[in-house]
Design a protein around this ligand. Structure first.
Ligand SMILES: C[S@@+](CC[C@H](N)C(=O)[O-])C[C@H]1O[C@@H](n2cnc3c(N)ncnc32)[C@H](O)[C@@H]1O
Length: 410
């Protein structure tokens, strides 16, 4: 059968919906092949005396049929495709001989040379299936597959869509700042943008990677005349999208965590512009984490509360019940609170939180300038002042601050 290697395999996409596929063997090889067969809608019959717990679970869930027995001649009757993967060489040889006789394409786990079909390394990204065959080098196939799928996902491999160009606006949560902490979807949409309207916070390094034709607009610099800044941003989103451009609104953290994401989504919906919202990693959890602080920890904190400190306690505009927060035992995570930390710490102590409760202030989390300053509720205002801590910073209050005092740094 050496001519299998003299000639490259002929690639094809099998449409298996409702068609019988027989899998002989219930071990790890079968387990790895089954999800793609099931995803293709195949009518899968597994024949094996025993199976891994995952294969068993698929059978129990009704995703496939499993006959608990060894292979018998005739098992490939009615099959369109066969996967021969038992741990018995004789059984594999007999089954693949039956497949040959019945003209059923057959992959073999133990002997690629004797197989009539090979399984490519496959991956999917947004409707594109990538399948790679390299003959005898499955690791290389997997590496090429990974490179292509990864490139499509993160936008470093651009493959323009000829049928459907994107339109409208994507509100993309860019994560806390480290360019690696944007989601795969966010990164991909960014790579397809014609216009990017970016906040000051978020992964600004990614903007440098955009091709020159992409218009990058700093949201803070959009002139707003008599309107509010937010209205001017909404108007800019609408205007660019109406001009037929695909707009990415790149925001720090998650769009819906103190990000005004819904205001923008509503303005776009009112203007009849399609909008996609892509979640992001919020600084409220990731910035403490980057400084070695878990927002919850077994036996220490069973809750964490995320609060905006952009208006001081007692301010009539405040929607935060500081007295109630002071009575909680868990972790308090505060965003936009650097300027008012003195009044906030005072309110928490006044309403019952212990003055020696540990506090950490993490400035520019996940970015090159990240730093962490530790204090207590009693000392935090002075520490912030003395250390010259400036926004953006996340302030964490609670015993979790001390769980791993050394922190992880960066
Ligand atoms: C307007 S809020 C936006 C929050 C964002 N939507 C999120 O989910 O992270 C801005 C505040 O988030 C916090 N913040 C965002 N990124 C940060 C970072 N990399 N390091 C420290 N704080 C950050 C700061 O408290 C900052 O003042």
């Amino acid at each position: 059968m050496s001519d299998h290697f003299a000639h490259p395999a002929y690639p094809v996409g099998l449409r298996l919906t409702g068609r019988r596929v027989v899998v002989l063997g219930g071990g790890t090889v079968a387990q790895r092949r089954l999800p793609a067969l099931l995803a293709a809608g195949a009518d899968v019959l597994v024949i094996a005396p025993s199976a891994t717990p995952s294969v068993e679970a698929m059978a129990e869930a009704g995703e496939l049929r499993w006959e608990r027995r060894a292979y018998r001649p005739g098992d490939l009757d009615g099959a369109w495709y066969a996967v021969v993967a038992t741990d018995d060489a004789g059984t594999n040889a007999a089954a693949s001989a039956e497949a040959e006789e019945r003209r059923v394409w057959c992959v073999r786990s133990d002997d690629a040379d004797a197989a009539t079909a090979w399984t490519p390394a496959t991956g999917r990204s947004e409707g594109v299936t990538v399948a790679v065959l390299t003959g005898r080098d499955p690791r290389r196939s997997a590496a090429v597959r990974d490179a292509v799928v990864e490139g499509l996902r993160d936008g470093t491999l651009t493959a323009p869509r000829h049928r459907a160009r994107r339109a409208g606006v994507a509100l993309v949560g860019g994560g806390p700042g480290d360019p690696d902490l944007i989601t795969v979807r966010g990164r991909r949409l960014l790579a397809e943008a014609d216009v990017v309207i970016a906040d000051r916070l978020g992964p600004r390094d990614l903007l440098d990677e955009l091709p020159p034709h992409v218009e990058v607009i700093d949201a803070a610099k959009i002139p707003y005349g008599r309107a509010m800044a937010q209205e001017a941003i909404n108007a800019a989103l609408v205007e660019h999208a109406r001009a037929g451009r695909f707009v990415v609104r790149l925001k720090g953290g998650d769009p819906y965590v103190f990000g005004r994401g819904m205001e923008e989504a509503q303005a776009l919906a009112e203007a009849g512009i399609p909008v996609t919202v892509v979640p992001g990693i919020s600084s409220s959890v990731s910035v403490p984490g980057a400084a070695g602080i878990p927002v919850t920890h077994r036996g220490v904190a069973h809750e964490f509360t995320v609060v905006s400190g952009h208006v001081a306690p007692g301010d009539p505009r405040s929607l935060v019940d500081w007295a109630a927060l002071a009575k909680l035992r868990g972790t308090l995570v505060m965003l936009m609170a650097v300027e008012r930390i003195g009044a906030i710490a005072e309110a928490l102590v006044e309403h019952g939180r212990a003055p020696d409760t540990p506090v950490a202030v993490v400035q520019e989390g996940t970015m090159a300038g990240q730093r962490r300053v530790d204090a207590t509720l009693a000392t935090v205002a002075r520490t912030v002042e003395e250390e010259g801590v400036r926004p953006p910073a996340v302030i964490v209050v609670g015993e979790v601050v001390g769980v791993n005092r050394a922190g992880t740094g960066r």
